[in-house]
Design a binder for this molecule. Structure first.
Ligand code: GAF
Length: 375
């Protein structure tokens, strides 16, 4: 937080009016279900994107000036009438949020934002959604408007879908805005109903492995998966794959595999929640691993680095492990007995070293607080 405040003072010679922080997320299970009206079970990380902000005196309403500690020396001005698709690079995320708020009829003045972050970019931990959510809180905070978290999540998703052009679901924005410390967020993406599921796993740790790779197919393949799911639902005559049961009418083998993943994944989320609520956290391990296998073989969004991290973690004593997020790189989440954490992390590092890959980053994580004003 201090970094963004210091940078704001240096840039503008005044104090920001406020500072807002929004966390990245890990999705424990429920992958590629959010655009199928399904269930997800993410939690917020301790790491956040922070936005130090103040009104931009003298500029027309809806104008935005943004800079980021991750892009030193770059200060991007966005005019109030900026159209979707017109802002390149990272600045499209805050600009898109401003656009979505105004497009929804909210009166937002001109603002100056300075962005800081201790969340790694490109690690599959939703740094873009965190930037959107911190911006949404900052802009509404400056305007004196209080919107429910679920509504902000929809606006941030719309910014990404329409302004940035990425057809994501609502998992990441909801996780950032609606999570609470010590809990997993069970979200029904059809009606945005939420349940806070306490995460009490005595003697167990959640180990996050950032593979530090991001394969370039991410966006195109993501859109293709979404289109396949919609096509499968259409052929089955259901509103969304969340409503599918019997898949035998799907004669196309690819559509069948995609649908099988979504149907199985939704069921796994419900079983994980039931086990956690029954105090049986160790029992969720096989469901996490089954999710990975399904994402690898049926949904085909894994990659060699994610598969190697999962295999090495399991061989070294993890109770379960899976890729988390969209796939094609990014991170793995593993459920590990506390006394085996060092061994599992070392085994994953060794598996990468043996293949000549860059060293992965391993650390334990705990479900943390959602987005908030910090100053
Ligand atoms: C990405 C998307 F942004 C989410 O909406 C979700 O679909 C996820 O991939 C896969 O579960 O993070």
């Amino acid at each position: 937080m201090n970094e963004a405040v210091v940078a704001f003072r240096e840039a503008y010679g005044t104090e920001p009016e406020g500072v807002w922080a929004a966390p990245g997320r890990v999705n424990l299970i429920g992958e590629h279900t959010d655009y199928n009206d399904g269930f997800v079970l993410p939690f917020a990380l301790e790491q956040t994107v922070t936005v130090a902000a103040a009104p931009w005196e003298g500029a027309p309403d809806g104008a935005l000036e943004v800079s980021s500690l991750r892009a030193p020396g770059e200060r991007v001005g966005v005019p109030p009438d900026a159209e979707p698709g017109s802002v390149p690079g990272w600045a499209a995320y805050p600009a898109g949020v401003l656009w979505a708020l105004r497009d929804a009829g909210h009166k937002i003045g001109a603002a100056r934002l300075v962005v800081g972050s201790d969340l790694p970019d490109g690690a599959g931990l939703s740094s873009s959604a965190a930037l959107e959510c911190a911006t949404a809180l900052a802009l509404t905070g400056l305007a004196g408007i209080a919107l429910p978290g679920a509504e902000l999540a929809r606006l941030a998703q719309r910014a990404e879908n329409v302004f940035v052009g990425m057809p994501c679901g609502i998992l990441d924005q909801s996780a950032s805005l609606l999570s609470t410390a010590g809990h997993l967020l069970l979200l029904d993406t059809r009606d945005l109903g939420v349940r806070q599921v306490p995460f009490a796993a005595d003697g167990l740790e959640l180990l996050l492995v950032d593979t530090r790779v991001k394969h370039s197919l991410v966006d195109g393949e993501y859109a293709a998966r979404r289109a396949s799911c919609e096509e499968a639902a259409r052929r089955l005559g259901v509103r969304a794959l969340r409503d599918a049961g019997d898949l035998s009418a799907l004669t196309d083998p690819v559509l069948l595999r995609r649908a099988r993943h979504v149907v199985g994944e939704n069921a796994r989320v419900e079983r994980v929640v039931a086990l956690l609520e029954a105090g049986r956290a160790a029992g969720i391990g096989p469901l996490l691993t089954a999710s990975h296998v399904s994402l690898r073989d049926d949904f085909e969004v894994s990659c060699p680095e994610l598969d190697a991290a999962v295999a090495a973690a399991l061989a070294a004593g993890a109770l379960g492990a899976r890729m988390t997020g969209g796939g094609f790189g990014g991170s793995v989440i593993a459920l590990v007995p506390a006394d085996a954490v060092a061994e599992v992390a070392a085994a994953v590092a060794l598996a990468f070293a043996e293949r000549g890959w860059a060293e992965p980053h391993c650390r334990t994580v705990t479900p943390s607080a959602g987005a908030r004003r910090v100053r």
